[in-house]
Design a protein around this ligand. Sequence first.
Ligand code: PLP
Length: 271
Amino acid sequence: PFCFADGKFIPTQDATIHPTDLGLIRGYGIFDFFRTVNYQPLFLEDYLDRFINSAAKTYLPLPYSREQLRAIIRELIEKNDLKQGGIRMVLSGGVSENHFSPAQGKLFIFAEDLIFPSKEKYEKGIKLLSLEHVRPIASIKTTNYALAVWHSHIWKEQGAEDVLYHQNKYVSESSRSNFFIVKNGEIITPSENILLGITRKNIINLAKVPVHIRPLTLIEALEADEAFITSTTKILLPVTQIDEQKIGNGQPGPVSMDLLDRFKKLESEFM
Ligand code: PLP
C-alpha cells in the first residue's frame, strides 16, 4: 500500500517519523479516519471539516489546503485501488527544540483495511463496562488514546466489548464511538464531553423519531429500552448490556436496527 508522506506517495512501510516528534514523546497529534465506498470517500467534507478544526484547536499548522487534501485523497484512493477501505490522516505534533512546543507536524495520509465487528455482535449486541473518565479535550480528535488502550485490559477482563465513559453521574461516549439510548420511542444522545462523530450526525439526521441531544445520566442509560454506539467503522452496534444490567429485553431493539438499515441504504447510494 501507498502512503502520502513528506509531500509524496511512498510505500507505507517506508514512511518515517523523527524520534523526538511530539506525537511520539508527548502523545501530541491529531488524526481522522473515514471510509471509501465504491472508491468514493464517504462524507469526506465532514471529515475534512473536523480534521482542519482539530489542527486549528491544537495549534498545529496543516501543511496543505483543503483543496490539496482532497486531491491527495483522490490520488491515494486511485494508487491503492481502494474500492472499500479506510483512510487515516495523521498530523503529528512536530519536532521542537524544547521537546514541548507544538511545531510543524508531519502529515501522513494512508489506506487501511477495515476491520468490521462480527455479524454476531450486530445480532446479539455487545456489553459495555461503565468507567469514570472523560477524554482529555474530548471535542478534538487527538491521537491520545493512551487511557483507552490501557482501559481495554479492564473491560476485556469484565467480558465487555468496550467502555462507557461517565463523570458526575453523566455518560459521554465509548472509547472510539458515540453513545445513544432509546426510551419510550425517543432517542437521546449525550451533548457534553464527546467527540462530535460524523456517524452520530448522520444517525441523528436519519432518525424518524424525536432526538434529544442533552446531558444523559448513567441511570437513564441503565434503564433505557435500547442502547447503541456509533462510529465510522461500526456504523451502529447495539448495546444489550451495561455492567451487569441488561438493556431493555437484552436484545437489539427495533429503533436501533431500523437506523442501521437506514444508514446502509444511504451508503448504498454511493455504490
Ligand atoms: N468518539 C471517539 C472518542 C472516537 O474516537 C470516535 C471515532 O471514531 C467517535 C466518537 C465516533 O466518531 P465517527 O462517527 O466520526 O467515527
